[in-house]
Unconditional design. Structure first.
Length: 136
């Protein structure tokens, strides 16, 4: 027949399971957090443009939002079909603040009046496409 465990053996076995429980509850979330923090994307940039579009003679601006101060202040407007640069502009620091984003820049491309479909490119990030045209 089976051996009966003493009170001490049962007690230590319970402690062993309790320690496993503590490791699962406290240690794994910490490891997961550090793993997530190490793989979290750094230097996130958001580009906000009017997706409805712009009329050819109107003011055309977009916002570049970032968690870090940008070094290269140039932005590019690319033709949507061929992805060729059709306009180059310089960002201007904006005094506006958007939520938790620390840095905001304004991109003015009002001089681009040729009708077509475009996107804004900045530091390898692209905006959603937008159109410039008479019947937007």
């Amino acid at each position: 027949m089976g051996q009966k465990k003493s009170w001490i053996g049962t007690h230590f076995e319970g402690l062993f399971h309790f320690k496993k429980f503590l490791i699962i509850i406290f240690i794994f979330p910490i490891i997961y957090f550090f793993n997530w923090a190490a793989t979290a994307p750094a230097n996130i940039v958001y580009i906000r443009a009017n997706q409805v579009g712009y009329l050819p003679g109107d003011l055309k601006t977009a916002l570049i939002l970032s968690d870090y101060p940008v070094k290269d202040m140039n932005f590019f407007i690319k033709d949507l079909e061929y992805k060729k640069v059709v306009f180059t502009g310089e960002l201007k620091k904006s005094d506006l603040n958007y939520g938790d984003v620390k840095f905001c820049y304004s991109a003015d491309f009002s001089k681009l009046n040729k009708p077509g479909a475009y996107l804004i490119s900045f530091e390898g990030n692209n905006s959603y496409s937008f159109k410039i045209g008479k019947y937007i």
